[in-house]
Write a protein that binds this ligand. Structure first.
Ligand SMILES: [Zn+2]
Length: 78
């Protein structure tokens, strides 16, 4: 969001890949109060976004792990 590059790819590989999707780390359904919170938003590519949602859809523990990982990545940039 702030960088214009996929923050997950950058964190994992150091590569700068332009992002085009803004993902809500805590979903709007779970935390409507955070929908406009910058720290809850992470900019990613469509491919990363599909991976994130695949994890969210895999079960509660996979979702919790992905949320924690995204929070950690995001917090490095605040
Ligand atoms: Zn999303």
């Amino acid at each position: 969001m702030r960088t214009g590059y996929d923050e997950v790819i950058y964190h994992d590989t150091g590569r700068l890949v332009p992002c085009n999707v803004v993902h809500h780390i805590e979903t709007i359904g779970d935390r409507p109060d955070l929908r406009l919170s910058m720290s809850n938003l992470i900019c990613v590519t469509a491919k990363t976004h599909r991976r994130i949602h695949a994890a969210y859809d895999s079960g509660q523990s996979e979702k919790s792990q992905m949320v924690a990982r995204l929070r950690e990545i995001r917090s490095e940039r605040v």
